[in-house]
Design a protein around this ligand. Sequence first.
Ligand code: SF4
Ligand code: SF4
Length: 135
Amino acid sequence: MTTKRIVLHFPQRLVDKPIVYKLIKDFALQFNILKAYVTPQEEGLMVLELKGKDEDYQKGIEYLQSSGVKIQPLSEDIIRNEIKCTDCGVCVPICPTQALVVDPITRKVHFYDNKCIACELCVKICPTHAMELHF
Ligand code: SF4
Ligand code: SF4
């Protein structure tokens, strides 16, 4: 049996297709949707916990890839070190799920970790290394 948390990136042409439903119907997989978004670029993002027999799991992953869905493992969490963050805002435009947002009044940068898909883009770009990766 395999159970994994993964991030699925759906290109715009696949956003309204019943691709995840086929994982249950054709591959007998069980899933739990942890997060789902359509980004401003209209890419679909979904964080799933996917579970099934090893062989079915592998076939389901191959089906997703052959359909054009990009798959990223989710084995880590992102935490913001509040002491290091200077609210510079550099991370805000690169976050694909709008987990990092500037408050229009205070100009502080808020981090909504329930929206974060651990893509690590902010970790690489943050000048003060305030965004930390925890396994
Ligand atoms: S780039 Fe780093 S320091 Fe700047 S707002 Fe984002 S987390 Fe804070
Ligand atoms: S890792 Fe950073 S850039 Fe990626 S979704 Fe989370 S907060 Fe946004």
